[in-house]
Design a protein around this ligand. Structure first.
Ligand SMILES: Nc1ncnc2c1ncn2[C@@H]1O[C@H](COP(=O)(O)OP(=O)(O)O)[C@@H](O)[C@H]1O
Ligand SMILES: [Mg+2]
Length: 336
């Protein structure tokens, strides 16, 4: 019997008046990249730190590969890796020394720690820089070394908390490449991000969260579809009769933009565009511009995270929150 790498149900965590997690549910699949996408303060780090047993929730249940994170934290910790939002590297040590040090901390004998360090340096293209101080590394190199440190114990599940925040485009690409390598090697990845294009690029599934709750979940395609389909935007010349244009096209007029929006039907944007051109021709109308617009993930994200009432959204896949007694034990010691 195989368990999902991670299942979380009904997580609640309060900091004073802040509900960092407010009935949060998540389930991820083996061998995939799952993105937890949300704006700053959404609760992403609280969620990931809870999964890694760094933070104790007030309520709710976390199971990692079937193991209860509250009852068996040591077993859970041994099977996950966490690359936190803030780098855990020692700046004055060489790259290789950092990895050897983490290996030793995890109890590897010296020779095994060295071997694993070199293996990971090779995987992430850092062998040439292995004997340089981390303080001389670029942002992308530091991040890759940090990720390598999270992989020393070959976790089945790796948490990457905002791995590309603060990196330049080149550094981001290097980290994306590293994430793809990790998944190709069979590790399941849960990554948090504020960047839609990152989720779009890397993730098989995306969970959008805000104010401690899930507001939507699906593939990038599914999320885009939720915002409605393609639309054709027709811009009228000055002094044109906008209402007549809207009526001829079966669209809605925006007087300020002098624009008519035509929603595409089930046949999609290209068919709608053709229909618009035919209708214009038939009515003998002249326009300034015609544009086919497809919704972007940015629009979906803004739409979802701006909405204060998740109840207004379509129902999410059924989950089975289980009521657990509030946890009173103190948080476990820090680890990565
Ligand atoms: N240790 C803490 N003490 C007080 N408030 C916290 C603490 N950690 C997080 N919060 C608050 O909980 C909310 C969620 O934070 P966080 O999980 O860090 O969000 P994200 O990682 O999505 O930016 C925020 O409002 C944040 O200020
Ligand atoms: Mg965070």
């Amino acid at each position: 019997m195989s368990f999902p790498p991670l299942v979380a149900r009904g997580l609640r965590k309060r900091y004073g008046d802040t509900h960092a997690l407010d009935g949060f549910d998540l389930e991820i699949e083996t061998g995939a990249v799952h993105a937890l996408l949300g704006p700053n303060g959404a609760g992403k780090s609280t969620a990931v730190n809870t999964f890694a047993t760094l933070t104790r929730c007030d309520e709710g249940e976390v199971r990692v590969a079937g193991r209860d994170a509250r009852r068996e934290p040591a077993a859970v910790r041994a099977s996950v890796g966490l690359v936190g939002q803030h780098a855990a590297l020692d700046e004055i040590l060489f790259g290789r020394e950092n990895l050897v040090m983490f290996g030793r901390l995890y109890g590897l004998p010296k020779s095994a720690a060295r071997e694993r360090a070199d293996e990971l340096l090779g995987t992430f293209g850092l062998l040439d820089a292995a004997d340089r101080k981390v303080s001389t590394y670029s942002g992308g190199m530091r991040r890759r070394l940090d990720i390598a440190a999270g992989l020393i114990r070959r976790p089945a599940l790796l948490f990457l908390d905002e791995p590309t925040t603060g990196l330049d485009p080149r550094g981001r690409n290097e980290v994306w490449q590293a994430v793809r390598q990790i998944v190709d090697a069979g590790t399941t990845v849960l990554l948090t991000t504020q960047y839609l294009d990152e989720a779009d690029q890397l993730a098989d599934r995306i969970t959008v969260m805000n104010t401690g709750r899930v507001v939507a979940e699906g593939t990038a395609q599914e999320l885009k579809r939720r915002l409605g389909g393609d639309r054709v935007l027709v811009t009228a010349p000055a002094h044109a009769d906008l209402d007549r244009l809207a009526a001829a096209l079966g669209g809605t007029a925006d007087a300020e933009l002098r624009q008519v929006t035509v929603e595409a039907g089930p046949d999609g944007g290209a068919a709608a565009l053709t229909g618009v051109v035919r209708a214009l021709d038939a009515a003998g109308l002249v326009v300034d511009d015609i544009l086919l617009r497809r919704p972007t993930l940015d629009e979906v994200f803004l739409d979802l995270t701006a909405a204060p009432a998740p109840s207004a959204l379509p129902a999410l896949p059924a989950s089975t929150p289980s009521a657990l007694a509030p946890q009173t034990a103190r948080p476990e010691g820090a680890h990565r």
